[in-house]
Design a protein around this ligand. Structure first.
Ligand code: PGA
Length: 250
């Protein structure tokens, strides 16, 4: 069976000293939890302190983006090797905010995913339709396209990826997809993964739901057969609410 994975996407929140305090709270709250993978993804500037705060705990460390080149003249960018060196094990790729505000494309998502895998990082590849796309009946086409393009050419490494389905209309809006709506898309993504890597591999790949996941709705969402955890924004910024979501995955 798939081990659930709950990751906190802190976005552009928390200074390094705030991060250390939040992680200390999270590690206390989840110390006794087993059977759920727990990941926190603070901003780049927090990672060194966050790594120290996570050390020796069941809380793993992720980043929110990675560049595809190993090094060079790419002002403002961060390589996979730099993340690895700090103790980072996971990295969010292609979040809708990066697609919307920073020109991220399916192609750059694919390049970043390859770079992460080559460095031994677990990519959390985000897909999801906007409200306009859903209303126009394009949800399936968008989600399938983003999944296939983001994972193109990975071969057997597809098995190492985590997918996050985040309907853009549910992010930060308080408007969650119903468990049935989310399950429908998760099943679609798993069928797409089966087409890419075979049904047996697709059965092992974790697909997180993201978009206003909270302690109140997490259990019902994660009870769906193809929902294998969550990518949490707002509710990941407090130890109690994040830990409650983690426990909902047990
Ligand atoms: P939210 O964000 O939980 O605040 O909706 C989720 C995300 O964008 O990853």
């Amino acid at each position: 069976m798939r081990t659930k994975i709950v990751a906190g996407n802190w976005k552009m929140n928390k200074t390094a000293s705030e991060a250390a305090a939040l992680i200390a709270g999270i590690r206390r709250e989840v110390a006794e939890v087993s059977g759920v993978e727990v990941v926190v993804c603070p901003p780049f500037t927090d990672l060194k302190d966050a790594a120290a705060a996570c050390a020796g705990s069941n809380v793993a460390l992720g980043a929110q983006n990675v560049h595809w080149k190993a090094s060079g003249a790419f002002t403002g960018e961060i390589s996979a090797a730099m993340l690895k060196d700090l103790g980072v094990t996971h990295v969010i790729i292609g979040h809708s905010e990066r697609r919307q505000y920073f020109g991220e494309t399916d192609e750059t998502v694919n390049q970043r995913t390859r770079a992460a895998l080559a460095a031994g990082l677990v990519p959390i590849v985000c897909v999801g339709e906007t409200l306009a796309e859903r209303d126009a009946g394009q949800m399936e086409a968008v989600v399938v396209r983003q999944t296939l393009a983001g994972l193109a050419g990975l071969g057997g490494d597809v098995a190492k990826v985590v997918i996050a389905y985040e309907p853009v209309w549910a992010i930060g809006t308080g408007r969650t997809a119903t468990p049935e709506q989310a399950q429908e898309v998760h099943a679609l993504i798993r069928r797409t993964l089966a087409g890419l890597a075979g049904a047996a591999v697709a059965e092992t790949i974790r697909i997180q739901y993201g978009g206003s996941m909270k302690p109140e709705n997490a259990k019902e969402l994660m009870a769906q057969p193809d929902i294998d955890g969550g990518l949490i924004g707002g509710a990941a910024l407090e130890a109690e609410s994040f830990a409650a979501i983690v426990r909902a995955g047990v």
